[in-house]
Design a binder for this molecule. Structure first.
Ligand code: PBG
Length: 318
């Protein structure tokens, strides 16, 4: 049964298609800007006009969609760039919506404050006897505002990645109150405090200025807790879930697939991409084969779709 490619193809259990891949974009101010990210070869900070070109290429390759992140002109304590109607991602969404490419792609807006806060955390900060702590409930109100602003600008889907408690419910309520009841929520329901986000923080300029994200993102040792997080988000109205990171957590992806009957994606995060690229650069791994194997593995674990920086490269090969 393995003798020829035709035979192998006939009995292949897991398929990988361009339409299952979501391509992340980092949008920045300016015009004609394509600033390379040192730790992520082939990934750039893009001004809106350049992001439009990327969208056209993504649509031509038949990719499933784009996930948008923003690098604002300036940051403040409240992360106001996240819910500014003239914010960077809102501006990009309006421009993208004018293109024919946008009709073929699902435009997903990441909803978080960390790219917009001067302290780099995903929520508001309070001073307590324990030191700096995340203020959950004031943060989710701002996340609701961000989701409304992004959906009004043209996001087809909003994707909260902050890991505050109750944010999916708050976002659902805010969307509904503003006539955006048709906008689905893709919740990063199971997101671990991971070292593999390192290169992203360079790309999105979102490294926390003090402390870490361990008080709101999950402990990497916990799979039962991940299932509780997903259950809560679905109960609050999440339409789809996103698992993150992917490769070091494939057992969690599988556990979620077996337990929840909702559309599920997995995010092959920046560090997963960077470590593969580091090996490619040294000639230690065959780029095309290793890339596809990493993606098929994530699909085999149970993900319906994959957010990956390899989306365009894989789309070309497929
Ligand atoms: C924002 C966010 C992060 C990523 C996606 N959304 C960074 C973080 O949580 O520190 C990471 C994505 C990647 O590493 O590719 N909260």
């Amino acid at each position: 049964m393995r003798r020829t490619e035709a035979l192998r193809s006939l009995v292949r259990e897991t398929r990988l298609e361009p339409g299952q891949l979501i391509y992340p974009l980092f949008v920045c101010p300016g015009e004609g800007v394509r600033k390379a990210i040192g730790s992520m070869p082939g990934v750039f900070n893009l001004s809106v006009d350049e992001a439009v070109k990327e969208a056209e290429e993504a649509a031509q390759l038949g990719l499933g969609g784009l996930l948008l992140f923003g690098l604002p002109e300036s940051k403040d304590e409240q992360g106001s760039g996240a819910y500014d109607d003239a914010g960077i991602v809102q501006t990009a969404l309006r421009a993208l919506k004018q293109t024919s490419a946008a009709k073929k792609l699902v435009l997903i807006a990441d909803v978080c404050l960390c790219e917009y806060t001067s302290h780099g955390h995903c929520g508001m900060i309070a001073e307590t006897t324990y030191g700096h702590e995340i203020e959950n409930d004031s943060s989710i109100e701002l996340l609701g505002r961000a989701a409304v602003s992004l959906a009004e600008a043209g996001a087809d889907v909003v994707a909260p990645s902050d890991m505050m408690d109750g944010r999916v419910g708050a976002i659902r309520e805010a969307l509904d109150e503003n006539g955006l009841e048709q906008t689905p929520i893709l919740s990063y329901a199971s997101k671990f405090a991971s070292a593999f986000y390192g290169p992203f923080r360079e790309a999105a300029d979102s490294a926390p200025q003090f402390g870490d994200r361990k008080s709101y993102q999950m402990d990497g040792a916990n799979v039962r807790e991940a299932m509780r997080e997903i259950e809560q988000d679905l109960g609050e109205g999440a339409d789809m879930i996103l698992m993150k990171p992917a490769m070091p957590y494939l057992d969690v992806v599988r556990a979620a697939r077996d337990r929840f009957d909702v559309p599920m994606g997995a995010y092959q995060v920046s560090g997963e991409y960077s470590m593969l690229h580091a090996a490619f650069e040294r000639g230690w791994l065959e780029p095309e084969r290793a890339m596809l194997e990493s993606l098929v593995g994530i699909r085999r674990a149970g993900a319906d779709f994959i957010v990956t920086y390899f989306a365009k490269d894989a789309g070309r090969v497929l």
